[in-house]
Design a protein around this ligand. Structure first.
Ligand SMILES: Cc1ncc(C[n+]2csc(CCOP(=O)(O)OP(=O)(O)O)c2C)c(N)n1
Ligand SMILES: [Mg+2]
Length: 298
């Protein structure tokens, strides 16, 4: 097991970046670099993470980065992987680092193609559940009932289940993570690095700007997402589904906090009615019934 004390003190997300205070994606990036060090090439589409390093010619990312078009992370990463292979470079990990809009919506074709070609890279979707960079518009990852500038009365549709969309590609490794659980996060990225083929990691990255909560509460928000069961920590390794702690201790509904506790702390859910909250609770419970069955079948 990874121990925080043993992690390198080296930082590759440098001071002076321009992420918002309390930015969940920025904490996630820091953990990504803690997991992989600097033998990494990042492919970053248009998203908050293409802005966080600051304006050219300066950058706060102390690793090579290929900034790419919004839709093209999977295709660009495929090209980088091919170029490294051509040059016989074997000790560099290629990481696609894309937002939820760039993954669930516009980038899904390039990601699907890369996965079908069994491209050897890690694709990480950091999910702040909206198009953050352009001022908080709804995405396919925005949950039911959430305010965004394009859903002023709350989104009417549910979030896509992207991890299971990727599972349908039969790739060797899929995992969910959250920066509020840093050891689990780092271990999953290190495991993904050792597996050949396409690896997909879905990170819940709370965003105080879009979710409307105090900037000091990001870690707490991620923990609450897990403790209420709104977010679930799991892995699908070579088709085998496994819940990870603390989610593995929350299969029994009585162990999970009511989703209301998570929803009412965020301004984006302010317009939810009791009926909407009950609906969300029901959907979360249904997802958990599916996870319980999958976990017990293994
Ligand atoms: C083809 C195209 N359409 C729209 C845009 C504008 N745009 C840039 S970033 C972005 C939102 C990105 O959202 P997401 O992928 O969730 O990342 P986040 O900003 O939340 O980190 C949009 C719409 C673009 N760059 N290219
Ligand atoms: Mg986003």
């Amino acid at each position: 097991m990874v121990s925080i004390k043993e992690l390198s003190k080296e930082e590759y997300l440098l001071k002076g970046h321009i992420a918002c205070a309390g930015c969940g994606p920025a904490i996630s990036l820091r953990l990504l670099f803690k997991a992989l060090g600097n033998k990494v090439i990042l492919v970053v589409p248009a998203c908050c993470s293409s802005v966080i390093p600051g304006p050219y010619p300066f950058t706060s990312f102390a690793v090579p980065v290929q900034n790419m078009l919004f839709e093209a992370t999977g295709a660009t990463a495929s090209g980088v992987v091919a170029a490294l292979r051509q040059r016989d470079i074997k000790d560099v990990t290629v990481v696609g680092w894309a937002g939820d809009g760039g993954t669930f919506d516009i980038g899904i074709q390039a990601l699907s193609g890369a996965a079908e070609r069994e491209t050897d890279f890690i694709y990480i979707c950091y999910d702040n559940e909206a198009y953050g960079n352009t001022g908080v518009q709804r995405s396919g990852a925005t949950p039911y009932g959430a305010w965004t500038t394009t859903t002023p009365t709350g989104k009417k549709e549910r979030k896509k289940d992207i991890a299971f969309i990727m599972a349908a590609h039969r790739i060797p490794y899929i995992a969910t993570a959250c920066p509020s659980y840093p050891i689990d996060f780092i271990e999953k990225i290190r495991k993904a690095k050792e597996i050949k083929g396409t690896k997909f990691i879905h990170i819940l990255a709370p965003c105080p700007t879009g979710w409307r909560y105090d900037t000091s509460k990001t870690v707490e928000m991620g923990r609450l997402a897990v403790r209420t069961g709104v977010w679930t920590l799991f892995e699908i390794e070579h088709g085998k589904f496994k819940l990870n702690p603390p989610s593995s201790r929350l299969i029994d509904r009585a162990k999970r906090k009511p989703v209301k506790e998570y929803l009412t702390l965020q301004g984006r859910f302010r317009k939810l009615t009791e009926v909407d909250i009950e609906k969300t609770q029901k959907w979360v419970d249904e997802d958990w019934e599916r996870y319980r069955k999958l976990a017990s079948n293994q």
